[in-house]
Design a protein around this ligand. Structure first.
Ligand SMILES: [Zn+2]
Length: 239
């Protein structure tokens, strides 16, 4: 198992770790602050600096069976196993993802609390993110209502906190049940819970900002009608 530093603190930009293994195009570390692709988020990018001054780019990060693999522009040989490496996260890219991710949680909470609708899909990219949800009518005034509610929560500076909860406890919490906590594989005994104070609470593995104010300016781009009960909202943040 790789220790996931980004799950404890999403604001770690630099870290040191030990090289556990090297493969053809990937490297395995004992711990990492690079967040892998998943949960609608893109993988982090950045650089790794080795003891001897050698440096390379992290171009992809993915998770498999509890281990996080870093795909590199150039992979060192096996003599590097056991050595220490310094990781530096591409912070501009990461911080945008954190802001957009907390924003998606905010939007899905509004959709549920105001209209009883659930988000059925979503995708986060810095240029254009989207959420899909099932609602029968999406009139202009309703779109404006959703946008106003999002802006109010951002301005309200709601704190975002992370805690860890035993699976049995999580299964008793109605709000966590609503977000389908029961669908998390049974092998996961301790769940990571992300809470946006007075807004949203769910089991979640991804990176978030510390408070809704850090989301910044919410920029809705367009809405799309994708069938009877399927609507899509595109948005981004600025700057
Ligand atoms: Zn999430």
């Amino acid at each position: 198992m790789t220790e996931l530093l980004f799950q404890q603190d999403s604001y770690i930009r630099e870290f040191e770790a030990e090289i556990i293994d090297v493969f053809e195009d990937t490297i395995l570390l004992d711990k990492t602050a690079f967040a892998p692709k998943g949960g609608g988020l893109m993988p982090d990018q950045g650089i790794l600096q080795f003891d001897d001054g050698y440096q390379c780019e992290v171009i992809d990060v993915y998770s498999k069976s509890g281990k996080v693999y870093h795909k590199l522009s150039l992979v060192p040989d096996e003599t590097y196993i056991g050595k220490t490496v310094k990781g530096i996260i591409d912070w501009e890219r990461r911080n945008k993802q954190m802001r957009l991710h907390t924003l998606i949680h905010t939007i899905s909470s509004i959709l549920y609390k105001k209209y009883g609708t659930t988000v059925t899909g979503g995708n986060i990219t810095p240029e254009k993110s989207r959420v899909d949800f099932d609602i029968d009518h999406l009139r202009q005034e309703r779109v404006q209502e959703i946008e106003a509610a999002v802006r109010e929560i951002i301005a309200g500076d709601h704190k975002v906190s992370v805690s860890f909860l035993e699976r049995q406890e999580a299964l008793k919490d109605p709000e966590l049940i609503r977000t389908k906590v029961n669908l998390i594989p049974e092998s996961v005994k301790i769940l990571r819970i992300v809470e946006i104070e007075d807004v949203d609470r769910q089991a979640d593995g991804g990176v978030h900002v510390r408070s809704t104010k850090e989301i910044g300016t919410f920029v809705p781009l367009k809405t799309e009608n994708r069938g009877k009960d399927k609507k899509r909202l595109y948005f981004t943040i600025s700057p």
